[in-house]
Design a protein around this ligand. Structure first.
Ligand SMILES: Cc1cc2nc3c(=O)[nH]c(=O)nc-3n(C[C@H](O)[C@H](O)[C@H](O)COP(=O)(O)OP(=O)(O)OC[C@H]3O[C@@H](n4cnc5c(N)ncnc54)[C@H](O)[C@@H]3O)c2cc1C
Length: 347
């Protein structure tokens, strides 16, 4: 088993940027992601436009994932997919052994936890047998709008993304019905107001209680029931989208001895946790000035990598030399066809 200087757990924006930056710091780097691809939570909203990442105004989310993944690979870190890390053992020499749910182990001198909200699992519809329609017209995520064109869509849920999807689908679907168990919606006020003033039919406080199918393969109609009175109503549908949110799983890691709450690990300003050689970055990290943004994840990642570097080499500089004047990029720039000035740089 090979020993790595740093092992990053999580392949979202924080983990991807950490993989790049630790290459800038000459550290032997491994990134482990539970899914089969890089992207983290950005994979939930690939078609959305993002306006608040510095330097990209705006950028479609899937393009940002591509750019981040390309950058993460610049220094050729080892990438491991499909492994959820759970176990941790500290050896006598201070190095760590990480164990994945699948049984594989990884040996490392430092760890960066870029776990985001942990392993996210979609909250499913609690109706027996509902899973049989998942390959037909019961959806838990919306990857593309086009398949819903001209369809009668019933959307169950009342959070931000449910409201968001209702508004987007309204423009192309034959009809959109939103069913929510509370009268109040969790979405942003403007979006809720837009939904309510559009052709979207809003049914509250109702819940989906039965799915009906003629052929046993796809849903043809849905029974919704009033939460208090139980009064039921049947609605014909072509597609059902369930947007009941996500539940998170930090199982294993929550038992390592980290100071953490249900969602975050507490860190100091250098992204250090209470455990030696273990750092955090991105949404998983919590400190007083934390911003839960993609842009914030980048700064966290650089700080966490610098802390890991100084843990391993206390005499090292506190940060990597900036990329514009860093010799490490000279050859890469030449490969890009960039001709650089030899002499002193102008202001
Ligand atoms: C609908 C939506 C819209 C958003 N829009 C914006 C926006 O416009 N602008 C903006 O700045 N931010 C936005 N955000 C927030 C942004 O997505 C997050 O701040 C960002 O993804 C956090 O990055 P991260 O790397 O910390 O975590 P994540 O992106 O959550 O990545 C964490 C990764 O860690 C992996 N992981 C977790 N536990 C383990 C384990 N034990 N072993 C292995 N892998 C593990 C997960 O599978 C995941 O891939 C939005 C979020 C949502 C949900």
């Amino acid at each position: 088993m090979e020993l790595y200087d740093v092992t990053i757990i999580g392949g979202g924006p924080a983990g991807m940027y950490a993989a790049f930056y630790s290459g800038m710091r000459d550290m032997k780097t491994k990134l482990i992601e539970a899914r089969e691809e890089l992207g983290g939570r950005l994979l939930i909203y690939p078609e959305k436009m993002i306006w608040d990442v510095g330097g990209f105004a705006p950028v479609r989310c899937d393009r940002l994932i591509g750019q981040l993944a390309e950058q993460a690979k610049v220094f050729e870190p080892t990438l491991v997919f499909g492994q959820q890390i759970k176990g941790l053992t500290r050896r006598e020499d201070g190095t760590y052994l990480l164990t994945a749910e699948t049984g594989e182990t990884h040996w490392t001198r430092t760890i960066i936890l870029a776990l985001g909200r942990g392993i996210l699992k979609l909250e499913k519809l609690e109706i027996e047998g509902a899973e049989r329609y998942e390959s037909a017209n019961l959806h838990y995520t919306v990857q593309e709008l086009e398949p819903f064109r001209g369809k009668r869509v019933l959307l169950s849920g009342g959070g931000n993304s449910a409201v968001d999807w209702a508004n987007e689908l309204e423009a192309i679907a034959a009809s959109v019905t939103v069913v929510h168990r509370r009268d109040r919606f969790g979405g942003h006020e403007n979006n809720v107001a837009r939904m309510k003033s559009s052709s979207v039919q809003v049914r509250t406080p109702y819940a989906v209680t039965r799915l009906h199918s003629g052929d046993g393969q796809s849903i043809e109609s849905v029974t919704i029931s009033h939460i208090e009175s139980g009064e039921a109503e049947r609605i014909e549908v072509d597609a059902v989208i369930v947007n009941h949110g996500l539940k998170s799983d930090f199982s294993g890691i929550a038992e390592w001895g980290l100071e953490m709450d249900d969602w975050n690990v507490y860190t100091g300003g250098k992204l250090e946790t209470n455990m030696p050689g273990i750092y955090a970055a991105g949404d998983f990290a919590s400190f007083p000035s934390k911003v839960n943004l993609i842009a914030g994840a980048f700064t966290d990642a650089a700080l966490a990598v610098n802390s890991a570097k100084l843990y391993l080499e206390p005499e090292a500089h506190y940060m990597a030399y900036v990329s514009s004047h860093n010799e490490r990029f000279a050859e890469k720039n030449r490969a890009l066809g960039v001709v650089e000035d030899e002499g002193p740089q102008a202001q």
